[in-house]
Write a protein that binds this ligand. Structure first.
Ligand code: SAM
Length: 410
């Protein structure tokens, strides 16, 4: 049988069968995950030891950091994690397919990482449920399935440590982007809409879904980084426990009203946040939202009816100080990543995103709606700034305009 050899990062893997999944386009996803986890390991260990100052290397070894790659295929990702992320205790590379597990085992030996990586042949959910006892939980769980991750979420939110990190990929973009709103509701518990900002909407639907699963067990998420790239989305969220915090979930979610005539989007938060200027809570940012239409009310701008989507996550989707640390790690170690330039580019855009403005407009569509010739995006941005509003791009689209300017000036 022919054997393919693949080199990525510090790993060299061999794949015998075409039945074992390997996708070279996902190198960016793996590189980004390594950058995120390398940054996170230290923060996690510092939090567990309860120190704010930096730890010495010997102290870092005292806190275990185990990673579960629940859907591992060739083992490439786990082997790269073992070779490229400092201060890891153990990685479990799991797959349901016997052929995949054989490939994982061979690659562990071939890369001499048997001291750090264990192969596991199990259903991802069964394996996670076996680790839901707090003493057995993983510091990090990576879910990188074909298509939709939702069937793994119930187990994942229970088997990750407090202050641990969940890394989740979804590739079923058609469903998340509004091609099948009914299926999206079935899988994610939210109705997707066909809109120009569908990539960010997809991220917010997935975050909402993870939060919903977590809440059942008095746990809640804090998004660290949420990325739309190529044909998939990838989110990194911290998980914690706290019934009081869970009560704040409704204030982090909104229903989405989309006008069928002019496409204007209006958000209706599920829960009201009590305005309290002394409370500074990043999960509770007050949004500059226009008053949402009441059910059945027609669009203010064109008198047409609304389509209703959501609920979506409308609290911040990134933790900016964390994003900055990941960006620093990549710019200080560009030799570690084949896609270093792209990661730096994407994270720089993420850092500029207005954190308290969900969703965005797309320039040419916006101009098409009002039947005027489109202008260069920089001129449009200056115009918005001159009018006294804030503006940024979104990493999810080149022609995006994120702004707190209202759709209509009264
Ligand atoms: N993470 C890999 C990487 O970065 O190269 C790719 C994973 S591939 C997209 C998805 C894998 O999930 C397949 O190898 C498949 O056999 C496995 N899989 C599907 N359902 C599973 C389940 N219930 N439990 C464990 N593995 C499963």
């Amino acid at each position: 049988e022919k054997c393919k050899s693949i080199i990525e990062g510090l790993a060299e893997i061999r794949v015998k069968s075409n039945k074992v999944f390997y996708n070279p386009v996902q190198e960016f996803n793996r590189d980004l995950s390594i950058a995120v986890l390398s940054t996170y390991v230290k923060e996690y260990k510092e939090q567990k030891i309860g120190k704010t100052k930096h730890l010495k290397d010997c102290e870092l070894h005292d806190v275990p950091f185990t990673i579960l790659e629940a859907l591992s295929a060739t083992g490439l990702r786990s082997i790269r994690y073992a070779k490229e992320i400092p201060n890891i205790t153990k990685i479990i590379a799991n797959d349901l397919s016997a052929q995949a597990v054989d490939t994982i085992k061979e690659n562990i030996t071939y890369n001499s990482v048997g001291n750090l990586v264990d192969a596991s042949h199990d259903d991802a959910c069964m394996l996670m449920y076996k680790h839901k006892n707090p003493r057995m939980r993983f510091a990090a769980i990576d879910l990188d399935p074909y298509g939709c991750p939702s069937i793994f979420l119930d187990a994942a939110v229970q088997s990750v440590q407090d202050y641990g990190i969940l890394c989740v990929t979804a590739t079923d973009m058609a469903i998340l982007a509004g091609n099948s709103p009914e299926t999206c509701y079935v899988k994610y518990g939210a109705v997707s809409l066909k809109t120009k900002c569908c990539h960010e909407m997809a991220l917010r639907i997935l975050l909402q879904s993870i939060e919903h699963h977590a809440n059942r067990y008095s746990r809640y998420i804090e998004p660290l980084l949420s990325i739309s790239a190529d044909f998939y989305i990838r989110v990194f969220v911290r998980v914690n426990t706290g019934a009081q915090q869970c009560k704040k979930t409704t204030s982090k979610l909104s229903m989405v009203y989309q006008c069928v005539g002019c496409d204007t989007i209006t958000l209706q938060p599920l829960g009201a946040t009590k305005p309290n200027p002394s409370e500074r809570n990043p999960g509770q940012l007050k949004f500059c939202l226009p008053a949402a239409p009441s059910v059945g009310e027609l669009c203010l701008h064109c008198n047409q009816r609304h389509r209703l989507g959501g609920p979506i996550w409308t609290a911040p989707i990134h933790n900016m100080p964390f994003v900055t640390r990941v960006l620093e790690y990549v710019t200080e170690n560009p030799h570690l990543f084949g896609t270093a330039k792209r990661i730096a580019g994407v994270l720089s855009m993420v850092r500029e995103e207005l954190p308290d403005v969900p969703l965005y407009h797309i320039l040419d569509k916006l101009f098409g709606r009002v039947h005027i010739q489109t202008m260069p995006i920089l001129i449009m941005r200056s115009a918005i700034l001159n009018a006294g509003y804030r503006v940024s791009f979104s990493h999810a689209s080149k022609l995006s305009i994120k702004t707190d300017a209202p759709a209509r000036l009264n």
